[in-house]
Design a protein around this ligand. Sequence first.
Ligand code: FAD
Length: 471
Amino acid sequence: MLNPATPAFKETLRALLPASAFKEDTAPYLSEPRGRWAGQGLVVAPANTEEVAAIVRACAKARIGIVPYSGGTGLVGGQLMQEGPAPVILSLERMNKIRAVYPSENVLVCDAGVILANIQQAADDLGRLFPLSLASEGSARIGGLLSTNAGGVNVLRYGNARALCLGLEVVRPDGTIWHGLTRLRKDNTGYDLRNLMIGAEGTLGIITAAALKLAPRPVGVGAAMMAVASPAAALDLLALAGERIGEGISAFEIMHRQGFDFLGEVGPDFQSPFDETPEWVVLIDVGLPAGLSPETALEGLFEAGFEAGLVTDGAIAQNNAQRDAFWHIRETIPEANRRIGSVSSHDISIPLSAIPSFIERGAQALAQVGDFRINCFGHLGDGNLHYNVFPAPGKGRDDYETERPQVKRVVHDLVHSMEGSVSAEHGIGRLKVADLEKYGDPAKLAMLRAIKDALDPLGIMNPGAVLRQKP
Ligand SMILES: Cc1cc2nc3c(=O)[nH]c(=O)nc-3n(C[C@H](O)[C@H](O)[C@H](O)COP(=O)(O)OP(=O)(O)OC[C@H]3O[C@@H](n4cnc5c(N)ncnc54)[C@H](O)[C@@H]3O)c2cc1C
């Protein structure tokens, strides 16, 4: 059993840390973007790795839980511990320095608390690209992004957070420090601990720094929105785009008309490139080397797609402002969703070829449960859909309390039966612990438990996240 972080324990920490490490206004750390979870605990914000280690040692000695906290934008309740003895919430916000850059290696080393947008800017200042990109990039910090193995819009080309990390510095659950900040691209010396820590959601240790991979900055960038006849046509267009533009495709997103309708209903304001919103739209982003024109590449793709009967309408951005306007639509759909209020939201992935069938079968199965609006959009190129179910017009989220568990079960059962994942990029946190237990392969679950028990025998690291806490 764990103990709560009491005022007496705060005094213990005061002897170890400067006064600046204590956050008296805890409110900002106790809520999350969708307002569905409330946290509790004592908030500390250490300034460096040694202070993190000192806090962890004190917590281990007193058997007090630790919840690592970066930008607080996680969508599965991993950064908030609602139940159980009050933990220490360990915020990385003051560890926000770029430690070193190695332009000739395309590597940047930084503290875990650096905000993603600042890493992107630092890379840009070097004439490089840090390609991780998602709507929360102004708040999410690299420690949290790695801990959730975040995805975003450029996974198709550059991979997810895991693929962009070469090395880590981690404070282990006993307070010792693993100095794994390697910049090597090849290092086959034993188990891959970096990949174990990435995606562990703070349950195996605290990431305090990372060595990140940068990419060459494409010389020409461009974007197009194309109306496609169906999800199957969108997949065919993706294949066509791969044939014609190859690695130059940075993102390939799909959006259903419902997202545009929600934006029209509740905002944020947007400018549609279509006179009449098509049922399915794809947003294609390209980045090309010198000598190649993104507009020409996208025009060629549009013509080929049109001739093949895949594309019915479209607009190609003529400048950066238009490209930004296209992305604004995609990136503000989650905010419109939040304003409407979903009955149930799902971050799922499906083998690419099964997506059209999933979309059809999902709608049929939900029609048996009740009257809903479905907003399906997301990273089609990665097989990752945000499949969100909303109240019928005139109704609200609260009208569906009884149906909610059934909606979730119907969607997740279908995903599982089609060899998909019920958490493509947001993680397990506390929201999906039961789903992991239900759908996880038994051998996998046994290995997850064995790893957790071996690395965190006291169970103090983010208790109850990913795996249920042992009694
Ligand atoms: C508008 C919006 C859009 C989003 N879009 C996407 C998207 O496209 N793709 C995507 O993948 N996610 C998306 N997310 C989810 C979220 O932004 C990501 O999960 C992000 O990686 C979380 O980073 P954070 O710094 O906010 O972490 P937090 O929310 O603070 O923490 C997330 C988890 O990581 C743990 N953690 C935090 N820091 C550390 C650390 N240093 N060491 C160990 N564990 C740690 C926490 O305990 C928690 O379990 C979106 C969220 C919002 C609000």
